[in-house]
Write a protein that binds this ligand. Structure first.
Ligand SMILES: C[S@@+](CC[C@H](N)C(=O)[O-])C[C@H]1O[C@@H](n2cnc3c(N)ncnc32)[C@H](O)[C@@H]1O
Length: 295
């Protein structure tokens, strides 16, 4: 039942150990989501406090409900994680023992109605934070063919990006593209059938990923948020980042490697066990990287 209600936290045991959550301290969960990692950190040591951040209001509401029993051991902020400095200032906290980033979309996004998945017919939205104006519909209907091709190639690593962009522009001349299904069909019509017809993965997955990353400025947030979080790690403290696709992992790996005063704890990224993948197939592509501040 729990799996239906909550987003199953990925690489949970590994995150707790690498964050040294059993030792007690103040932690930031920069991607609170359903609060799974946060709750586990709170349970790991009665001295632990967690400051949770998420830009999705619905996630915040769910997490508040779930974490009520922990009272003032947890503080929750509706913000971008690049705003971690402002959040900590408001909390009156100067340094923390660990920060966790569990990147990407949650189970709720994929099961919800905001057009995050190719498998359902929904309006093209894809905003994690509904306060922002730009939606996937705007991107698909308003950007130039060149811009669309660049986005789909850069954030989706889609080799048919130019053809997809051309077809999007051709179709939208007749009528605006409104739904996930319409977009998915456009992509399907461009990519040769022999490349996807027998696979489980929908041919539009890369295009959807690209548009989602663009709509939510995901990489800008990562580029600003991780170095900003690193400024607040106290001696011996750690930063743990979980990624879900190769582009994201490459970006994170480079950012972590270039942070001064940190050493890499995980020479190779930690990946889920067979058992975790069986229990939660969505964890399959997860990679966890951890760094520790030098003394
Ligand atoms: C994979 S889920 C986290 C799940 C969480 N660890 C749990 O156990 O329930 C990622 C969450 O991060 C949030 N998020 C993604 N990018 C963000 C950003 N730049 N700032 C704040 N929250 C962000 C999303 O809204 C989503 O709820």
């Amino acid at each position: 039942m729990e799996r239906e209600i909550y987003h199953p936290p990925v690489l949970l045991k590994e995150s707790l150990e690498l964050l040294k959550a059993y030792e007690g301290g103040v932690f930031v969960d920069a991607t609170l989501g359903g609060g799974g990692h946060t709750e586990a950190i709170l349970k790991a040591n009665p001295e632990n406090r967690v400051i949770g951040i998420d830009r999705d209001e619905e996630a915040i509401e769910r997490a508040i409900e779930r974490l009520k029993p922990y009272g003032d051991r947890v503080s929750i902020y509706h913000a971008n994680f690049s705003q971690i400095g402002e959040v900590l200032k408001e909390e009156g906290v100067e340094s923390v023992k660990g920060v966790l980033f569990d990147l990407g979309v949650s189970h709720f996004h994929l099961r919800g109605e905001r057009g995050f998945t190719v498998w359902k017919e929904q309006p093209l939205d894809m905003r994690m934070d509904r306060r922002q104006k730009l939606t996937a519909r705007d991107v698909v209907n308003e950007l130039s063919e060149k811009e669309l091709a660049e986005i789909i190639f850069k954030f989706g690593e889609e080799r048919f990006a130019r053809k997809i962009a051309r077809e999007i522009v051709r179709r939208r001349r007749k009528k605006p593209i409104e739904t996930t299904k319409e977009l998915a069909e456009i992509v399907e019509s461009v990519i040769p059938k022999r490349l996807w017809v027998r696979r489980k993965k929908h041919p539009a997955v890369k295009t959807f990923q690209a548009i989602r990353i663009y709509v939510n400025r995901e990489f800008e947030e990562i580029e600003r948020g991780i170095p900003e979080a690193a400024r607040f790690i106290r001696p011996c403290g750690r930063l743990v980042v979980i990624t879900f696709h190769s582009l994201e992992d490459r970006l994170v790996k480079n950012i972590l490697r270039n942070l001064e005063n940190f050493k890499v704890v995980t020479k190779k990224p930690v990946q889920p066990t067979e058992e975790e993948i069986r229990e939660n197939p969505a964890s399959r592509s997860a990679k966890l990287r951890c760094i520790e501040i030098k003394l």
